[in-house]
Ligand binder design. Structure first.
Ligand SMILES: Nc1nc2c(ncn2[C@@H]2O[C@H](COP(=O)(O)OP(=O)(O)OP(=O)(O)O)[C@@H](O)[C@H]2O)c(=O)[nH]1
Length: 365
């Protein structure tokens, strides 16, 4: 789950609470308005009618007009609470309910609506019950003060505690989602990197290829590089030294190209560089710079058979065109193959294969 979807979940919870709150207010106010359903045959009060109409209109608006988050709950809760207080006062002052049952019944109805719909929103909960509770306390004139206070205090304390617990668990869930998301990101980054060299692996290359910048007309080049006689290096200097040499060569390759070029450890001692948005001349210059940087490392390799006394590499380069990446890779591979056979420590362009012109041969042989 993304943080965004967690926020969407909270948003839909908010929306549902608002809908439920309005529906309960509508039902309760209709109960007060419809003749024969009320406790006494009096005409409906104006606030009850206003509650019914405004609840119905808001419900309609929320259902059909907007899916956006409208921060209405607190405002609507207070508005409805004030109307219910007015309704209770109006009815009570008509003198039909003098035994206190009406006040308690009204109070419990308001609490019921709040408890069902607003239990997650403490401010809205308090604002909804406050006007009616104050009205009931004033109208009762102290006759059932203890009973009313008990009816008020018990749910209020209960809901405050419940609200605090829910806030804690919401915070915890949000942190958890955030943490999981961050870990997922870093795992997916790690899975795209080669642990020895820190360069992209094939999975990383695939990912970068999928998000390659440019509009399709850009000039990209695939450069394939292979360390010369690396088996002999391993055999003579040991695998650990071989690893060190690979790491140093990787740094040299990375240093030789631009930050927008994509450097990949393509196989054991084979590297791939995707030179992006570059013309052929610059691509050749960058490729040659890699060859030179690796030579300049002066990693001793006395078994680099007739090539040099240091670690060297050979390279093939080919343009990435409409034929696609696999075709460019195959072309670069062919050029690399020929470069190896032409003596190694050599850079060969695929276009020059027919004439087998060596662009740069070993200057430091
Ligand atoms: N130390 C080390 N060696 C590796 C690693 N991956 C591949 N190799 C070695 O690289 C060597 C590649 O040898 P070959 O494919 O025969 O090629 P080469 O000896 O470089 O000869 P040419 O490519 O023809 O110049 C093998 O000995 C592999 O064991 C690695 O991660 N660490």
């Amino acid at each position: 789950m993304k943080l965004q979807s967690y926020d969407e979940l909270l948003h839909s919870k908010y929306r549902l609470s608002l809908l439920l709150f309005l529906a309960l207010n509508l039902a309760a106010s209709l109960f007060c308005c419809i003749p024969g359903t009320s406790l006494t045959p009096t005409t409906p009060t104006l606030p009850a009618i206003v509650i019914a109409i405004s609840s119905a209109l808001l419900l309609f608006a929320l259902f059909f007009l907007s899916k956006r988050k409208l921060a209405l709950l607190t405002l609507v809760a207070f508005f409805m609470g004030a109307l219910w207080a007015w309704h209770i006062t109006d009815k009570y002052l008509r003198g039909l309910y003098i035994d206190g049952v009406f006040l308690l019944f009204s109070l419990i109805t308001i609490f019921f609506i709040s408890a069902i719909a607003l239990s997650d929103y403490l401010l809205a909960f308090c604002l909804h019950i406050a006007p009616a509770s104050s009205a009931v306390l004033v109208l009762d004139q102290g006759e059932h003060r203890l009973l009313i206070l008990f009816t008020l205090a018990l749910p209020l304390i209960g809901f405050t505690l419940q609200h605090m617990m829910r806030r804690r668990s919401d915070r915890f869930t949000r942190q958890l989602v955030q943490q999981l998301y961050a870990e997922k990101e870093s795992y997916s980054d790690l899975s795209m990197l080669d642990p020895l060299t820190g360069l992209y692996n094939r999975r990383g290359l695939k990912n970068r290829l999928a998000n390659l910048p440019g509009d399709g007309t850009s000039n990209h080049f695939v450069l394939l590089l292979d360390i010369d006689h690396f088996k002999a290096y391993n055999d003579n200097y040991g695998h650990a030294m071989g690893d060190q040499a690979l790491a140093r060569v990787s740094v040299a390759i990375r240093d030789a190209v631009r930050s927008r070029d994509i450097v990949v450890r393509y196989g054991g001692e084979e590297f791939l560089v995707l030179l992006t948005n570059v013309d052929a001349a610059i691509a050749m210059k960058l490729a040659e710079r890699i060859r030179q940087y690796v030579l300049n490392l002066e990693i001793p390799h006395l078994f680099n058979d007739r090539v040099a006394t240091h670690v060297t590499l050979s390279a093939g380069i080919a343009p990435l065109n409409e034929a696609g990446f696999e075709a460019a890779l195959a072309n670069a591979d062919r050029a690399l193959y020929v470069a190896k056979h032409q003596g190694r420590n050599t850079l060969l362009a695929w276009e020059n294969l027919s004439s087998a012109r060596v662009v740069q041969t070993a200057s430091a042989r």
